[in-house]
Design a protein around this ligand. Structure first.
Ligand code: IDP
Ligand code: MG
Length: 157
């Protein structure tokens, strides 16, 4: 197993429903290390860059609005971004988060317990977690500068 870093975002539905503490509690209980955290104003540019691989999907326009907090009246488009680090961190955090579609996510996961599919078909799934090693490296770099990550384990690219 390799030491990895993975990006977590508390999505606007998670923030609105006051699930930030619960998400951090579960992530901390995994034994992974929290190595970076900040509140970010999600611009349209950042949202589109983060989800650029999904830009041809029919749900993309609403996904960009969702992550900017437009559906949950989040002031200043604020979002909490975290980086957790440890052995096999990407898979372990995905297991805590659950499947993308909250209706299909295991009931014990964050998404399975607290996520929902809106009547418009939007997946509101509480947290983002990087999906694979390539995404994780790209996303951690997109949301954080090297100086903001307090870790001695991974070389700073
Ligand atoms: P992930 O967040 O589990 O990695 P992705 O396929 O990368 O899933 O999709 C990113 C986000 O886009 C999801 O978390 C969800 O908010 C939204 N999304 C993905 N697929 C759908 C869909 O079929 N309908 C509505 N929203 C979707
Ligand atoms: Mg993904």
């Amino acid at each position: 197993m390799a030491i990895e870093q993975t990006l977590i975002l508390i999505k606007p539905d998670g923030a609105k429903r006051r699930l930030t503490g619960l998400a951090i509690d579960r992530l901390d209980a995994s034994g992974l290390q929290l190595v970076a955290a900040k509140v970010v104003r999600v611009t349209e540019t950042l949202a589109k860059e983060h989800y650029k691989e999904l830009s041809d999907k029919p749900f993309f326009p609403n996904l960009i609005r969702y992550i900017q907090g437009e559906f949950h009246a989040i002031p200043e488009n604020r979002i909490l971004a975290l980086v957790y680090e440890g052995d096999d961190a990407i898979k372990r955090v995905r297991a805590i988060a659950g499947a993308t579609n909250p209706e299909q996510a295991d009931p014990g996961t964050i998404r399975g317990t607290f996520g929902r599919v809106t009547t418009q078909g939007q997946f509101e799934n509480v947290i983002h977690a990087s999906g694979n090693a390539g995404d994780a490296v790209r996303e951690v770099k997109l949301w954080f500068t090297a100086d903001e990550i307090v870790s001695g384990s991974l070389a700073k690219a």
